[in-house]
Design a protein around this ligand. Structure first.
Ligand code: KIV
Ligand code: ZN
Length: 515
């Protein structure tokens, strides 16, 4: 059983961003990276620098901003990828290049069109090239979960000899089962002669809902690094979720006698930040970070918890950053109280201007809502999509009339690339009318795939948070908006999604676009 610290490698900004529609801007990535650093994540995978100039710039910005965590850039086993990663990571205090190539028969044959020996040669060349930029090189045998054990052992041994310090064993397609994956890790570590010269890592996808189970099983069998994401974001069904890994290890010290070093009190604020930035809602029953994760509905449970918390709770909500939903600020609170409370929940402002802008939003909200909770504060500081300079569309004005017995009608004015345009439309309800009015002006030809509303805190003056998913020509984007008026929140979410669609650029996918 492992007594050594578990290394937490977060890939929210890379694999998480590969979820369709979860793209993030450079500023958003830096903001999330800073929260991860505050949480004491060991390694932050910031992106795939060769993918596009925007990805390169984002990895560089994270590398320049982060001081306490290792910053990692992904590259295929290609010289140009490794050069881009090395360049983007130049400013990092602790840079890591992560290079990968597929090793399963199906990937080698159908995707790479390479023989195993060629794959091995490419891996060695890539690792040696990456070592010219940094000593900290990670090698991943993509689709290791479906690779032949003999070939996997051979390539892992060669990768360590070539200079890889971390060997990552991904279950790329989420196919393995915990006891089998654990055994695979054990066999690998026992049979590779130079295994003691590298740290073994796992990277599990959640296609069968087993990503966390597989990761922990591998950890019990010798892996020392787990790759994971906030909220379990990631390709298809996602990756192993960071919060579940960290809290499983902490809660079951009898099984995992080790420390992750993570400051878990930042988990919920970071989860909310990621959800707001990507537009991916967190399901209410999601472990640790779901709205209901610590809620007790049934009378028996409530009674038990009131008598003794441990009857039904194995963790304390406050330990993972849930606030006790107490009023923290109000209309008369000043800038200092606002800044101090945000600092307590893990958020600091880079500049006075940023503080002033956020404080103004707080004052506007306090005019509409008497009691301001931590959830409201986090929302204020994570609303980054509101009218940035790069946005194509901006909501200037909206008016909705919804009377008993009458068809709702909405009038909106948008600024489109600097020019104002207005439209009026009827709808089945006020939100439908607003969306139709926006479409009349924008004519985006998108399809609305999802519309969801959630209240952030309790009470009828709570802010409603709205998520929409739009689809156009195969591109999927999420938009997010929040306001005490849910019609305005809806309009904001729709416009947020339109802005993301307008900004979307095609870039190669690290795993699908073959070499
Ligand atoms: O799932 C996977 O195999 C990956 C690799 C690039 C590590 O994301
Ligand atoms: Zn992955």
């Amino acid at each position: 059983m492992s007594q050594q610290p578990l290394i937490i490698f977060d890939t929210t900004l890379r694999d998480g961003e590969q979820s369709p529609g979860a793209s993030m801007t450079l500023e958003e990535k830096v903001r999330i990276a800073k929260m991860l650093e505050l949480m004491k994540v060991n390694v932050i995978e910031a992106g795939f620098p060769i993918a596009s100039p925007g990805d390169f710039a984002a990895v560089k910005a994270v590398a320049d901003a982060i001081k306490d965590s290792t910053v990692c850039g992904l590259s295929r086993a290609l010289d140009k990828d490794i050069e881009a990663a090395g360049e983007a990571l130049k400013g990092a205090v602790s840079p890591r290049i992560h290079t990968f190539i597929a090793t399963s028969p199906i990937h080698m044959r159908d995707k790479l069109n390479m023989k195993p020996d060629e794959v091995l040669e490419n891996a060695i060349r890539a690792i040696k090239k990456a070592r010219q930029y940094t000593d900290d090189v990670e090698f991943s045998a993509e689709d290791a979960g479906r690779s032949e054990p003999e070939f996997l052992h051979r390539i892992v041994e060669a990768a360590i000899d070539a200079g890889a310090r971390t060997i990552n064993i991904p279950d790329t397609v989420g196919y393995t089962i915990p006891h089998q994956f654990g055994e695979m890790m054990k066999n690998l570590i026992e049979s590779v002669p130079n295994a003691d010269k590298a740290i073994f890592s796992v990277h599990c996808h959640n296609d069968l809902g087993l990503a966390v189970g597989n990761s922990l099983s591998a950890f019990l069998n010798g892996a020392r690094q787990i790759e994971c994401t906030i909220n379990g974001l990631g390709e298809r069904a996602g990756n192993a979720s960071l919060e579940e890994i960290v809290m499983a290890v902490r809660t079951r010290q009898d099984v995992f006698p080790c420390d992750t070093g993570i400051d878990a009190t930042h988990i919920v604020p970071t989860s909310r930040l990621v959800s707001r930035i990507t537009g991916f809602p967190v399901q209410p029953n999601k472990a640790i970070v779901g709205k209901n994760a610590f809620a007790h509905e049934s009378g028996i449970h409530q009674d038990g918890v009131l008598k003794s918390r441990e009857t039904y709770e194995i963790m304390r909500a406050q330990d993972v950053g849930w606030s006790d939903n107490q009023i923290v600020l109000g209309k008369h609170s000043g800038r200092n109280a606002f800044k101090t409370r945000l600092k307590e929940i893990g958020f600091t402002f880079e500049t006075d201007e940023a503080l002033n802008q956020a404080f103004q939003k707080f004052k506007n909200l306090a005019d509409r809502k008497h009691e301001i909770f931590d959830e409201d504060l986090l929302l204020i500081v994570s609303q980054t999509h509101e009218t940035t300079e790069d946005d194509s569309y901006e909501l200037i004005y909206s008016e909705v009339c919804s009377e008993t017995g009458e068809t709702p009608v909405a009038k909106i004015t948008l600024k489109i690339d600097g020019e104002e345009a207005s439209g009026t439309a009827n709808g089945g309800g006020p939100v439908d009318a607003v969306f139709k009015a926006i479409e009349l002006v924008v004519n985006s030809n998108t399809e609305l795939k999802l519309y969801s509303v959630n209240n952030i805190t309790s009470g009828t003056d709570s802010q409603g948070e709205v998520t929409v998913q739009l689809q156009k020509n195969g591109d999927v984007v999420y938009g997010y908006g929040a306001h005490t008026d849910i019609v305005i929140a809806s309009a904001r979410a729709y416009i947020d999604a339109l802005n993301k669609l307008a900004a979307s650029i095609t870039r190669p996918h690290p795993q699908h676009d073959g070499i």
